[in-house]
Write a protein that binds this ligand. Structure first.
Ligand code: OGA
Ligand code: MN
Length: 287
């Protein structure tokens, strides 16, 4: 069967079917998915429950995997595969974690609009989430299209971002949530990086507004002025017309392009099990 696409939103995001992601994909199918990603930026596959091994094998076909912040923290994982990133409210033994557990901070920081790992100087490309267990209510995920955001920039904001770079720091959103106990080594290992505020998306050739929760400074601006501009840019980029909201079902597999979108989780009752597992790829030439 060939890949079939059904738009989920007027601007971006599509439901994809006709492909079993748990089997090795042929080159034509991978090319079709890449092309769909370039166009839609978010692809939702339904009914693809995956084992850890299947999930890692599936993701690897789209590029080398990056373990993100865990490379610096060396935090323990409940998974056999190092490349799987835990997006859950679970403890290492699989039980629901205490609501004040330190390991929940990263998951909670995901509720701020961000692009995965923009705090790393790496060519981050796709993220893919597999839903194992989801709460009955709450815990949706939203994506915003940064290309649509760029196209709709009013002239004054367009002038304000032209030619400027923003600093992205991994600890910014965590410190905002009160998690500020990092060692000097950890802080140095994940030193801030700079990205232009306006970038060109390689797959579509479209310009995009690259902001998010990891941004804490803008070059040539005072910190307060930069923080206010960052807040205004995120507000612009995430206006409802540019946002697709996903209601999860167990077995969903969602892929998105971190270069052309922001995303955030929505609040849910932390006493309800939410078990999502992520992989993140680098552009292929980064291998
Ligand atoms: C992620 C993420 C949001 C969510 O997996 O990278 O930000 O809804 N997830 O869990
Ligand atoms: Mn994320």
């Amino acid at each position: 069967m060939a890949l079939e696409l059904k738009p989920l939103h007027p601007v971006f995001a599509a439901e994809a079917s006709g492909v079993d992601l748990r089997r090795p994909l042929d080159a034509a199918t991978i090319a079709a998915i890449d092309a769909a990603m370039d166009r839609h930026a978010v692809l939702v596959f339904r009914d693809q429950p995956m084992s850890e091994t299947e999930q890692v094998a599936c993701a690897r076909q789209f590029g080398p995997l990056d373990a993100g912040l865990r490379k610096a923290t060396g935090a323990a994982t409940r998974f056999a595969h190092e490349e799987l990133i835990d997006i859950s409210n679970l403890a290492l033994d699989g039980s629901i974690a205490a609501r004040d557990a330190a390991r929940l901070v990263g998951t909670l920081a995901n509720q701020l609009w961000h692009s995965d790992s923009s705090f790393q100087n790496l060519p981050i490309k796709y993220s893919m989430l597999s839903a194992v267990a989801v709460p009955e209510t709450g815990g949706d995920t939203e994506w915003a299209d940064l290309r649509a955001a760029f196209d709709a920039l009013p002239d004054d904001l367009r002038a304000a971002v032209a030619g400027r770079s923003a600093r992205h720091s991994t600890f910014h959103s965590r410190i905002l949530l009160g998690d500020d106990k990092y060692t000097r080594e950890q802080l140095e290992r994940f030193a801030p990086v700079e990205w232009p505020l306006v970038r060109t998306h390689p797959g579509s050739g479209r310009q995009l507004l690259f902001v998010g929760a990891h941004c804490d400074r803008i070059d040539g601006m005072s910190v307060p002025e930069a923080r206010l501009l960052i807040a205004e840019l995120i507000e612009h980029a995430t206006q409802r017309d540019f946002v697709y909201r996903h209601r999860w079902r167990a077995g969903d597999y969602v892929m998105w392009d971190n270069r052309s979108t922001l995303h955030r989780g929505r609040r849910y009752d932390l006493a309800a099990r939410r078990d999502l597992r992520r992989t993140t790829t680098l552009e292929r030439h980064a291998a």
